[in-house]
Design a protein around this ligand. Structure first.
Ligand SMILES: Nc1ncnc2c1ncn2[C@@H]1O[C@H](COP(=O)(O)OP(=O)(O)OP(=O)(O)O)[C@@H](O)[C@H]1O
Ligand SMILES: [Mg+2]
Length: 370
């Protein structure tokens, strides 16, 4: 997960150099934005929340600290005020802390190292926002129809059975969620619009409109399924974080495409449930993903293979096998074998309606996994 960071200083050259340095050296750990005026700062903080904000001392009275997990202040030699005593920042009424400084006139690499250090130190006990990033589980397969939605929903339901509150976020291009949920609430389309316009408090809106069924929170389907295609990687990231902060367990149901949205969700996920059934077609695609796609290398440590619709004994280990005949499959064999060792095997459930299939799998399928 990247640290969402804001740098606010009147000095445009400083913020420009700062952003350039981060993009060049820390793009994988820090997601940087900059503002140069008090008005822009206020607007930015009213729309988004930041893990870290590095603020010019001139802006100390201008920020809404409810939107900043870790405020740090840029101090130059000219700043003479004594800020070592604990002080309550406006809006951040929950705590009074000594103000933390980063020296402005030093190499940017050092300033960044200072920020990362402060963040790492503070991250264990930041409570200003009253919420931390919760558990995110991505459910994906390169093959269609293998049971991604079923697995996602039964996993969410199993979380509820374990008394964890769960949020189901459907990011499929076309969704079968209508089969499972009532759709009389407000649609997710307005959320997409807010994200696209970078406007309003997305999390509060999501909390306000989320519907709930059997304890699972969800957002109703888009007005138009094209709406989902406007979701950029950054918007996806914000959407996932906002939903994750709304429940203990966020389960994200993804389309088969391995696009920007999917990659962003993989990046944020604590766990990835990689679903397959035992069909030759699904296994062939799975083998291709494992061997040909560099994305797998980045996520393999958080992947759990889910072998769905197993018609033999439930709980049976291993057995994704020789049906895959391509060269890739042979290369993939050892990786697949490793995944098989810790795979979850879900039985084929003889029920006519999809909701009953989910309920059955939730009650019996995930065992000790959750
Ligand atoms: N373990 C199972 N036992 C019986 N039926 C199942 C099982 N898993 C899924 N199904 C059924 O298979 C069908 C397809 O499942 P699902 O919609 O979850 O697949 P999907 O991978 O999400 O599909 P898509 O790629 O279209 O999003 C559904 O009718 C579902 O009820
Ligand atoms: Mg689906």
């Amino acid at each position: 997960m990247r640290i969402k960071t804001l740098v606010a200083a009147k000095d445009k050259a400083y913020t420009g150099n700062f952003c350039e340095y981060i993009s060049e050296h820390h793009a994988d750990t820090i997601d940087i934005s900059a503002v140069n005026t008090a008005e822009h700062l206020r607007k930015t903080l009213s729309a988004r929340k930041y893990d870290v904000a590095l603020l010019d001392m001139a802006f100390i009275g201008e920020a809404d600290y409810k939107s900043i997990n870790l405020p740090l202040f840029l101090r130059s030699e000219q700043d003479t005020r004594d800020t070592s005593a604990p002080c309550t920042l406006p809006g951040a009424s929950i705590r009074a802390l000594p103000i933390k400084h980063i020296q402005k006139h030093q190499r940017i690499s050092r300033a960044v190292a200072g920020i990362l250090e402060e963040y790492a130190t503070a991250n264990g006990n930041i409570h200003i926002l009253g919420e931390k990033m919760r558990s995110v589980t991505a459910v994906w397969s390169p093959a269609g129809g293998v049971g991604k939605t079923t697995v996602a929903l039964s996993y969410a339901e199993a979380s509820i059975l374990k008394e964890r509150d769960a949020f189901y976020l459907d990011l499929e291009d076309f969704s079968s969620a209508l089969v499972y949920f009532d759709e009389d609430g407000k649609s997710i389309s307005k959320v997409f619009e807010m994200l696209e316009r970078n406007d309003g408090n997305v999390k509060m809106y999501i909390q306000g409109i989320a519907s709930s069924k059997n304890g699972i929170k969800y957002l109703c389907a888009p007005d138009n399924f094209d709406d989902i295609s406007i979701l950029s990687a950054d918007n996806t990231r914000e959407l996932v974080i906002c939903c994750a902060e709304t429940a203990g367990e966020l389960v994200v149901d993804l389309p088969c495409a391995c696009n920007e949205v999917t990659r962003q969700v993989f990046d944020l996920a604590d766990k990835v449930l990689l679903v397959t059934d035992r069909s030759e077609t699904a296994q062939t695609k799975l083998a291709q993903f494992i061997t040909q796609n560099c994305i797998y290398e980045n996520i393999n440590e958080k992947v759990t293979l889910v072998i769905n619709k197993d018609t033999q004994a439930s709980g049976r280990r291993g057995g994704l096998d020789p049906a895959i005949k391509t060269q890739n499959a042979i290369k993939a064999n050892s990786a697949i074998k490793t995944l098989e060792d810790s795979a979850i095997t879900l039985p084929y459930v003889e029920k006519h309606d999809a909701q009953s299939v989910c309920r059955e799998l939730a009650a019996h399928g995930f065992g000790m996994y959750i």
